[in-house]
Structure formats: C-alpha cells, structure tokens
Ligand binder design. Structure first.
Ligand code: NAD
Length: 505
C-alpha cells in the first residue's frame, strides 16, 4: 500500500472550509427548512469538524419533487451525453482525490492511504458506468410458435432514493449514483449522518461535471427514518437502493413492500475466510491482513470468521500474530498509521463485548489489543485462536479489528461451518487445489468468492450477497440493470401476409 504523507491542520481546515454544508435540492444549496443543523465529528479526536443541514420530512419531499421534475428531460438525454457527464465526474474526482481522501479520513477515520484507495475505487464506478451508459440494449426475436416477433427495450425506472452507509462514504455513493444516472434516472441521496461531508463534496463535483439541476439531490439528516419513510411511501418514487445493516434493510423492505417498490439491498456480512492445508500460507496471511484490517475491519466484506485447517492453524496464527504486532494505531491523518479509530463508542463497546464473550467461552488470546485511552475511539488489533462454537463473534459482524480463528478437519466441515450463518455476502478461500476451489464456488452460500485474494471489490464485477446479505448486484454489467425496467413488445409475423413483397426465400 502506498503511504501518503500525513496531513497538516491547515490542509484539514482548507478542505473542510470548501465543503458545502447545506442540502442540495433542485440544483440549489440551501439550509433545512427548519434551519436545524447537526454535528459531524472526527472519530480520531471526538472534535466537531462541521455542522451540516439537518433535513426534515418536508425537505426530503422537496428533493423528491426535484427528482420527479428533472426526470423526463434526463431520461431523454442522449446516452452519450450522460456518459460524458459521468466521465467528467470521474476526471474531477481523480483531480480532487487528495482532498476527498483527507475529508474522508477526517469524518470516518480510516488511514489516509486507504481513503486514497477508496477514492480511486469510488471514481471507477463513474468511469465504468459512463462506459455502460451507451451499451444498454434490447432484443429482437421470433416467438417459439413462429407467429410473431418479440422485442425488448430498457427504460429508466424513474426517481430513486439512494441510502448509503458511513464506512465507504464515497464508493457507496458512486456505486449507486453512477449506474442510476447512466440509466437515465434521477436520484435523492441520503448519506449516513456520521459521514455526510464526502457525499456533499462529491455532489459539488457532480454539479461541476454538468449534472443538471434536480438530477442529483442530497439530503443530510440526523432523522433518517423520518425523512426516508415518506419518500418510500410516495408513489412517485420508483426505486430504493440501500446499503447498510440488515436490520435497517429489513425495516425498509417492509415499508417498500406496501406499494411493491423496487429495491436493491446491500446488507451486512459474516464472511468466512478458509485456509486449507495445501494453501500458500504467505499469500493467506497477506490476504487475511487485507480482508480483516482494511477500513479498520469496518467493511461488509471484512473476514469475520477465520476457519483454518487443523494442520496449519498454529503456523497461520503465528504468522498473523507477527504481522498484527507491526500494526500502528493512530490518527488516520498521521503518516504510517495502519489502524485508525473506530467510528464511535458503540463500535468500541461491540468489540469489547465480542472479545469478552469469545474468551469466556474458551478462546485463547494471542494478541490482546483492546481499547486505547485518550480522546478518540480506538481499538488496537486483537487476535483470538481456538474460538469455540457458540461464540457470539461467529454469528455477529465484528466491524472492528478483531481476528478470530477456529479450526476444521476436512473440506466438508469447512463448508458446513462457512455456511452456518444467516449471511452470504462474500467468502474467501486459500487452496492450491483447483477442483476444490471449484467445489467451493458451487457449495458456499455466498454472492462473492475471493479465491487466493483478500479483496474482491471491483467496479467491473457484480457486488452483492445472498441470504440476509441482500438483493441485487452493484457494479459490473449487472449494476445498471438495477435502474432499468424491461419492456417487451409483441408484433405479428411480418411475413404472415402471403402477398408481402419480401416473402421468405
Ligand atoms: P445502518 O443500517 O445503520 O445505516 C445505513 C444508512 O441507513 C445510513 O444512511 C442511515 O442513516 C440510514 N438509516 C438508518 N435507519 C434508517 C431508517 N429507519 N430509515 C431509513 N434510513 C435509515 O448501517 P451503517 O452502520 O451505516 O453501515 C454499516 C452496515 O452496512 C454494516 O452492516 C455493513 O455490513 C453494511 N454495509 C454493507 C455493504 C454491502 O455492500 N453489502 C457495504 C457497506 C456496508
């Protein structure tokens, strides 16, 4: 990973001063109707770094009005024109990558080098979908009976509500905004209240790229439910795309079910990380470090359960412990930091509870880690081995830098343990046996499988889960279809009239 130099307080101030803090509704930046604001804090210090407009339900509905009004013109825009706008947005995000990375680190804590990585990843959705915008196709075919022709066309679904989480504030926004705009939809974005600044900065760049007024509105609020529910129940809204926790996703699905609103759900995970006895252990340890500690463990794709073959478990743990001891905990703004703060106190409490429960049930503490004194919400990385069945950490998304190792005896047991969860977002497996890798691809209950890699996210690939991890896919050739409706046309056989001039030869 490249290391960026640390950032100075002057850099931070300059970047914060440049962020718009109002609501973006119908192309105008404006305060909330009530005039209310809420605080945004730096998790590295607990300090308030900004105050942004705190929308109420009326503000949300005005944003939907704007999306509805802008819809027909945007849908009628030539695909190439939409592609060009998205491509300009990609260029602008890359041009402002350092500032966006700094802003992201200030509001959510991840080390600067990782924030820079997220900017590159997030920007790729703008580029990828600028390329997909001009490749939306239909079909023409003969019906099986030969009596007619069937045609399909793709139309934008219409105004969308996009709700995003705090852990990847740029990429989760572009992964929804880019395909929606490419498809010809208009959107209302509701970013997480813990990290609204990156999305606001992105929205300003989208405006600069030429996104017309009303096509993208951004509504920041500390009252997500109050603002989103009226939109979800409004018949003018045609699509809800949500990324966040499974409990909130299931609440929103219940609301959406009333009027059969189309939804995409990118929800929680509980990723197994399988290491077989024939694995390249160096590669497995490298992958484990990425899959566990990227974003300080706060990723839906974070490896949650390390399942390691008996024969290699001790060696795997020994090597992981060596690597974890090299971690540098500190502010994400400081050069050399590899583990930044957790997002808030609740995240620290969760790590503490899960570690305590696992140890009480018999796990061995290999690296104690734990809470770090001082301002900010830090947890130094913990490594546990011999984690016992029934431990809460095997059922719950840790969302923190706690690496929990259990063992298995054979492939059948590995697959059984891996699938023993309500989730199915991503799995990781390290093995040199190709047939086994193929069997895993066919038997693991997962939307994604990292084979001998610790990171699967890629703009060109369909990201998404099975079971309680969600519905739909983002990115890849699939991503734009979340924002398109298929319309089918039937016509008579054009040769049915025997006197037709171009009779079949
Ligand atoms: P969260 O569910 O608490 O919040 C997600 C978003 O929903 C935020 O914008 C929040 O303000 C909003 N929200 C909360 N309650 C709401 C309500 N009643 N109505 C409407 N909106 C509401 O999740 P989080 O803590 O921000 O993010 C972490 C979770 O997101 C983890 O479970 C993680 O696995 C998941 N996640 C999933 C993916 C994926 O692609 N599958 C990606 C990133 C994060």
């Amino acid at each position: 990973m490249t290391r960026l130099p640390g950032a100075s307080p002057d850099d931070v101030r300059r970047v914060l001063d440049a962020v718009p803090t109002g609501l973006l509704v119908g192309g105008r930046w404006q305060p909330a109707e009530s005039g209310a604001t809420f605080d945004v804090r730096d998790p590295a210090t607990g300090d308030v770094v900004a105050q942004v407009a705190d929308a109420g339900p009326a503000d949300g509905l005005r944003a939907l009005d704007a999306a509805v009004e802008a819809g027909p013109a945007w849908a009628a825009t030539a695909p190439r024109e939409r592609a060009d706008v998205l491509r300009r947005a990609f260029d602008l995000v890359i041009e402002h990558a350092d500032d966006l990375a700094l802003l992201m680190t200030v509001e959510m804590g991840k080390p600067l080098a990782e924030s820079r990585g997220e900017v590159t990843y997030g920007a790729e959705f703008l580029r990828w979908f600028s390329e997909e915008a001009v490749r939306v196709a239909g079909r023409y075919g003969t019906n099986p009976e030969g009596t007619g022709r069937t045609l399909t066309l793709q139309r934008p679904v219409g105004p969308c509500l996009l709700v995003t989480p705090w852990n990847f504030p740029l990429a989760m926004a572009t992964r929804k905004i880019a395909p929606a705009l490419a498809a010809g939809c208009t959107v209302v974005v509701k970013p997480a209240d813990l990290t609204p600044l990156t999305t606001l900065a992105l929205a300003a760049l989208l405006e600069q790229a030429g996104v017309p007024a009303g096509v993208v509105s951004v509504v920041t609020t500390s009252r997500a439910g109050d603002v989103c529910e009226p939109l979800i129940r409004d018949p003018r809204l045609r699509k809800l795309s949500f990324t966040g926790s499974t409990p909130v996703g299931s609440t929103l699905l219940a609301q959406a079910s009333e009027r059969v609103l189309r939804t995409s759900m990118e929800l929680g995970g509980n990723a197994p990380f399988l290491v077989f006895d024939d694995a390249d252990l160096d590669a497995a340890v490298d992958g484990a470090m990425q899959a566990k500690f990227r974003n300080v463990g706060q990723a839906c794709t974070a490896a949650n359960r390390f399942l390691v073959h008996d024969a290699v478990a001790d060696e795997f743990v020994r090597r992981v412990v060596g690597r974890v001891r090299e971690a540098r905990v500190g502010s994400g703004l400081d050069e050399g930091t590899t583990i930044g703060p957790l997002i808030d106190e609740r995240a620290v409490d969760k790590a503490r509870d899960l570690v305590r429960d696992a140890v009480e049930r018999g796990a061995t503490v290999e690296v104690e880690g734990g809470e770090v004194d001082g301002p900010g919400t830090y947890w130094a990385p913990t490594v546990l081995s011999d984690v016992q069945p029934g431990s809460e950490i095997l059922r719950t998304e840790v969302f923190g830098p706690v690496l929990a190792v259990s063992t298995f005896r054979d492939e059948a047991e590995a697959v059984r343990l891996a699938n023993d969860t309500e989730y199915g977002l991503v799995s990781y497996a390290y093995t040199r046996d190709l047939a086994r890798a193929q069997r895993l691809a066919e038997t693991l209950e997962t939307g994604m499988l990292g084979l001998d890699v610790g990171v699967v996210s890629n703009a060109g690939a369909p990201f998404g889960g099975v079971k309680a991890s969600g519905l739909g896919r983002e990115g890849g050739a699939e991503g734009i279809h979340e924002y398109l409706e298929t319309v089918y046309l039937m016509t008579p056989d054009p040769f049915a009239d025997a006197s037709a001039p171009a009779a079949r030869s």
